[in-house]
Design a protein. Structure first.
Length: 448
């Protein structure tokens, strides 16, 4: 046991012979046992003392017995996540299985790994050690809290084993990396206002068209084709003519989410810290899509950036999962081509669709996109995703003055967009779009 503990300390400090070689190698404990046994036998032969032979016998026999059942193969390592599909703020459990092939057991297996920046590891970076039985499997569990969305990779772990009472140590065995998908957290979001232009056949939004719905529009005289259950008997008895209650139809609507990812600003500190432009954009898009898809509406996602991707229109739970997968592949930056000349030139956006543009308004091309969509007669909303505490990366004597002038120019841009019928609101979670949707619905109902 003392030799095993000494070998464990040596492994932790990196004081092992041939630590990265394939197969098994000897440790200083085996050399000390051999040198001590040989020294005692030599002295016994020279001096003729039998007691020294008796004293050397346990070292020789113990070393021989331990080496007779030495392992022939290296340990097998498997790494996997207990749940590969997580959300920000959830607990991640990485399971590391170390298997001892053959009839030889390991005194202990030492597991070391790299530090992960995207999780808060409860175990830190210290190595883990545990015994492994012959032909058995020992499981190590690394637990931590996921801090940021995205497609992450658990880097390979390195495993070393010590056997034969600390006399032998294995070479470093490296596992494969494990992929983990972390979906963005959907902040509590609700929009009590109806869509400005509901044009589908069925749904939950109040339409301006008369039909079979639950919103009372008025009382009118009975006409051929009206259902008998729609007769308003109180009015009919008073006027001596049949009257029916007229309702507005309940329609679904199409929502188009345009994500402006041309530029990144702010600091990304994870789920509990500050959010950058990309973090706010992805989380807001996930929350808005979850809300409207849960109400039966059709949602389409479009990326305004370097790659100019688009997710087809759809509805339901399956489309929400596809939207989350689509959001995981978002990258900020510019491509070699003009983003406006891509999907926005090829794809036809329905005239009745509600357009929500998530943009930090850091580029004049984004402002031009909003103005062009508004001039086409569509209902357009702009959600400001620029963090309130965003500051320039580099500072100088005139940084604050220049930044103040830029903020004033940005406020003028927001005012000009409002004059063109594009209201802009900062993203604050639940209730962000209620007031602005009310104004857009009122504008859409006004005569043109």
């Amino acid at each position: 046991m003392a030799e095993s503990l000494a070998a464990l300390k040596g492994l932790a400090r990196g004081a092992v012979m041939a630590s990265d070689s394939a197969g098994w190698s000897t440790t200083p404990a085996l050399r000390r046992a051999l040198v001590l046994t040989l020294a005692l036998l030599v002295v016994a032969v020279v001096t003729g003392r039998v007691d020294l032979v008796v004293l050397a016998t346990p070292f020789a026999v113990g070393t021989s017995v331990a080496l007779l059942r030495r392992p022939r193969t290296l340990p097998t390592v498997e790494v996997g996540a207990a749940d590969s599909d997580l959300r920000e703020g959830a607990d991640l459990h990485v399971e590391i299985d170390v298997h001892a092939d053959g009839d030889a057991a390991y005194d202990f297996a030492l597991v070391s790994r790299e530090e992960l920046t995207w999780i808060r590891d409860q175990n830190g970076t210290r190595p883990l050690a545990a015994p492994v039985g012959a032909g058995k499997r020992t499981r190590f569990t690394l637990s931590g809290r996921v801090l940021r969305w995205g497609r992450h990779t658990v880097p390979p772990v390195r495993v070393r084993a010590v056997a034969c009472g600390g006399l032998l140590t294995s070479g470093s065995v490296t596992s494969r990396a494990a992929a983990v998908k972390v979906f963005p957290s959907t902040e509590p979001f609700k929009a009590d206002e109806a869509m400005p232009n509901a044009a589908g056949l069925v749904g939950v939004h109040r339409s301006r068209r008369y039909g079979q719905g639950g919103e009372l529009a008025g009382i009118r005289q009975f006409a051929p084709g009206d259902r008998l259950r729609r007769i308003d008997w109180r009015t009919s008895l008073r006027t001596r003519e049949l009257h029916v209650a007229q309702t507005l139809s309940d329609r679904d609507a199409e929502l188009v989410l345009i994500l402006d990812v041309l530029h990144e600003a702010g600091r990304s500190e994870g789920f509990e810290g500050e959010s950058s432009v990309l973090d706010t954009t992805v989380r807001a898009a996930a929350g808005i899509a979850q809300h409207y898809l849960g109400r039966g509406d059709r949602v389409r996602l479009m990326e305004y950036g370097g790659r100019n991707r688009a997710l087809r229109v759809g509805s339901g739970r399956r489309h929400f999962v596809a939207a989350l997968e689509w959001l995981l592949n978002i990258r900020h930056g510019e491509g070699p081509h003009d983003p406006t000349a891509g999907i926005f030139a090829r794809q036809v956006i329905p005239q009745q669709a509600l357009l929500i543009v998530l943009t930090p308004l850091l580029d004049q091309r984004s402002v031009a996109l909003l103005a062009r969509l508004a001039r086409s007669g569509r209902s357009v909303l702009a959600v400001d995703t620029l963090p309130a505490n965003a500051r320039p990366d580099r500072g100088g004597p005139w940084t604050e003055v220049a930044f103040g002038l830029w903020r004033m120019e940005r406020r003028n841009t927001l005012a000009q967009l409002l004059e063109h019928g594009v209201p802009a609101v900062p993203w604050v979670g639940a209730g962000t779009l209620d007031q602005v949707l009310r104004e857009v619905s009122r504008r859409a109902a006004a005569p043109r």
